[in-house]
Design a protein around this ligand. Sequence first.
Ligand code: AMP
Ligand code: FE
Ligand code: FE
Ligand code: ZN
Length: 286
Amino acid sequence: MRIDLHTHSTASDGTDTPAELVAAAAAAGLDALAITDHDTTAGWAEAQAALPAGLRLVRGAELSCVSPDGRGGHCTVHLLAYLFDPDAEAVVREYARARAERRGRLAKIADRMAADGFPINSETLLASVPEEATAGRPHLAMALMRAGVVSSVDEAFARFLNDRGRYYLPSSRTPIEASIEMIDEAGGVTVLAHAFATHRGPTVTADVIKELASLGLGGVEVDHPDHDPDARKRLRTLADDLDLIVTGSSDYHGTNKVISLGQETTAPAMLDELSRRATGVAVLTG
Ligand code: AMP
Ligand code: FE
Ligand code: FE
Ligand code: ZN
């Protein structure tokens, strides 16, 4: 069994449509795939309709949150939410707000780059992101590529768009405690994404994860391309201590990142546990 529980489609900042994503998962020999676009469930229906025979689909989302960092400050964290009711009112309201705010924020970043002479236009940029999709920096990175400023999305992040860069603005973030509660109430299960990926920016301490577990956090993503062996080891130990679900996933974004589907995987018993705990929507079988 090969299970990948964290992937993106064109409903956010991936390059495969939801239909292409499930087809690629089947082609890659996966048995189960989660679609986890940033702050949206917009890709679920298309992925479901295109689900190849034999592939299991876990419907989810990756929510941008702000969390205490355990050192007296705050930092951005990503919360994977699985199998929640996509029509739950609080969830719908919060993430419609988040997506609207993300568009404004991306336009601001683009305007700041344009003011510095980059051949970028925020209106053209936003017009390139479908209305129902979640706008993010990768869309700007692709625009910079099209304009010939950089030759890859990675280069755009390395030179201009990373969190420490001069054009960076944080995206809309929901307090993590509120997101965990909201997803709980919508019958879903939450898993903290790439919690110890230090090169992405500031991260939370183990004490924070312990606190989040007491609030209902269901699991931690241990095997992730951005985690080094030491980070994985510390997270696995923590998950053991706190009785949390352990997942492994690629965080595939299509051609926006040099990562392949199924590059990291989740143990079948962990998916069973996740599915057992969820009451929002079921795991689908194609
Ligand atoms: P945003 O949601 O606008 O804050 O942008 C964050 C997204 O950018 C992440 O979800 C990744 O998809 C992508 N990203 C972050 N760092 C890099 C990088 N170094 N190279 C390529 N994509 C990245
Ligand atoms: Fe992304
Ligand atoms: Fe993430
Ligand atoms: Zn992701």
